[in-house]
Design a binder for this molecule. Structure first.
Ligand code: NDP
Length: 324
C-alpha cells in the first residue's frame, strides 16, 4: 500500500506530485495512457505561466513539470484508471492493465474534456473533418476553408493557429460579442484570414465521407443557411472529467467536484481534488498548479493525522494483476 496516489498528469497533478514527493510521501502518479500531460500538450505557446518571459511550448512545460516531480521520487505510470474505491480508510485504484493499487490518500486531478456540440453529425464525421484540437489536426487542413466554433480564448487561439494552414477561417459564435480576453480578440480581429460569423449556431454538419459544410442557424431570426467549409474545429469549452467518481464524491451544480471552501477536501475523507476538475471559473495552468499544491498540503496534513500503525502499513505494493 502507498501513502498517496495522484490521478492526473496536468499542472495540478504534477504540482501535487512535486510537493508530495518533497514531503517524502513517495507518490504514485497515474498519467493517462493516451492523454498524459493534460490539456497543455495540445497547446502551442504558453505566454502567461510565470517564469517564462519569452513564453514556453505547452508540451515542454509539462515535460519540465514531470522531470521535477520525478527528481524528488514520484513514480509515473502510463495507464488509465478504470475503477476507484474511495470509501473507507484504504482507497483502491484499478488500472486498465488490471493492476490494483492501494493508498491511504488519493488526489484526483483529472482535468476536463472537450465539450461537444451534441450533434449526430459531429460523431459521424469525427476524424473526417470534425476536430477538437487545432494543434493535433491543423496540419491536415492545409489550403482549406474551415470554421472554428466558439467565442472564448480557446476559439481565438485555435482560429489564429489554424491560419498557418487554412486559406480562410470562419469563427462562428452564437452571440455578437466574444467571451475571449482582449489580447486574444485583437489578435483574431487583426488576422486577415479570419472572418467572424456572429449570432450563429451550428444546426448541422454536412458531408458524406468528409465535412463539406455547416448548416448555421441565426440565433436572432432563426433563419438557416449553409456555409461551405472543409473542416470544423469545436472550441466551446470543457467539462470536468468526473465519470470515475460520480457515485462516490459530491459534485457542484456546475458539475465539478465539490470541495470544502478553499481546501481540496472532497466529501470523502482522504480524497482530495485539484485543478480543472474542481474549477468552473479560472481554469488556467497556473491556477491548476496552485490547486495541486493545496491538495498535496491537505493530503500531507491528513496523512500526518492518521494512526502510526496505519501509516506503517503504507508500503508500495501492487495488489493483483489480472491476466487478461
Ligand atoms: P469558455 O467557457 O471561456 O468559452 C466557451 C465559448 O464557447 C463561449 O464563447 C461560449 O459561448 C461558447 N459555447 C459554449 N457552449 C456552446 C455551444 N453548445 N454551442 C456554441 N457555442 C458554445 O471556454 P474556453 O475553452 O475558451 O476557455 C476556458 C478557459 O481557458 C478560460 O478561462 C480561458 O481564459 C482559458 N484559456 C486561456 C488561453 C490562453 O490564455 N492562452 C487559451 C485557451 C483557454 P457564450 O460566450 O455564449 O457562453
Amino acid at each position: 500500500m502507498r501513502q498517496i496516489i495522484i490521478i492526473g498528469s496536468g499542472p495540478a497533478g504534477f504540482t501535487a506530485a512535486i510537493y508530495a514527493a518533497r514531503a517524502n510521501l513517495k507518490p504514485l502518479l497515474i498519467a493517462s495512457s493516451v492523454e498524459a500531460g493534460g490539456e497543455l500538450m495540445n497547446t502551442t505557446e504558453v505566454e502567461n505561466f510565470p517564469g517564462f518571459p519569452e513564453g514556453v511550448q505547452g508540451p515542454e512545460l509539462m515535460a519540465k513539470m514531470q522531470e521535477q516531480a520525478e527528481r524528488f521520487g514520484t513514480e509515473v505510470v502510463y495507464d488509465d484508471v478504470t475503477e476507484l474505491e474511495l470509501t473507507g480508510a484504504t482507497k483502491t485504484v484499478t488500472l486498465g492493465n488490471g493492476e490494483k493499487h492501494e493508498a491511504l490518500a488519493v488526489i484526483f486531478a483529472t482535468g476536463s474534456a472537450y465539450r461537444k456540440l451534441g450533434l449526430d453529425d459531429e460523431e459521424r464525421l469525427s476524424g473526417r473533418g470534425v476536430s477538437w484540437c487545432a494543434t493535433c489536426d491543423g496540419f491536415f487542413f492545409k489550403g482549406k476553408t474551415i470554421a472554428v466554433i466558439g467565442g472564448g480564448d480557446s476559439a481565438m487561439e485555435e482560429a489564429t493557429f489554424l491560419t498557418r494552414f487554412a486559406s480562410k477561417v470562419y469563427v462562428v459564435h452564437r452571440k455578437d460579442t466574444l467571451r475571449a480576453s482582449k489580447i486574444m480578440q485583437e489578435r483574431a480581429f487583426n488576422n486577415p484570414k479570419i472572418e467572424f460569423v456572429w449570432n450563429s449556431e451550428v444546426a448541422g454538419i454536412t458531408g458524406t465521407d468528409a465535412v463539406d459544410g455547416l448548416v448555421l442557424r441565426d440565433t436572432v431570426s432563426g433563419a438557416e443557411r449553409s456555409l461551405p467549409v472543409g473542416g470544423i474545429f469545436v472550441a466551446i469549452g470543457n467539462d470536468p472529467r468526473t465519470h470515475l467518481v460520480h457515485n462516490q464524491l459530491d459534485l457542484t451544480p456546475e458539475g465539478t467536484i465539490a470541495v470544502a471552501g478553499r481546501t481540496s477536501k472532497t466529501s470523502q475523507t482522504g480524497v482530495f481534488a485539484a485543478g480543472d476538475v474542481i474549477d468552473p471559473t479560472y481554469r488556467q495552468a497556473v491556477t491548476a498548479a496552485a490547486s495541486g499544491t493545496v491538495a498535496a498540503l491537505d493530503a500531507e496534513h491528513y496523512l500526518a493525522s492518521l494512526p502510526a500503525d496505519l501509516l506503517a502499513s503504507a508500503g508500495e505494493t501492487v495488489l493483483a494483476t489480472s491476466t487478461n
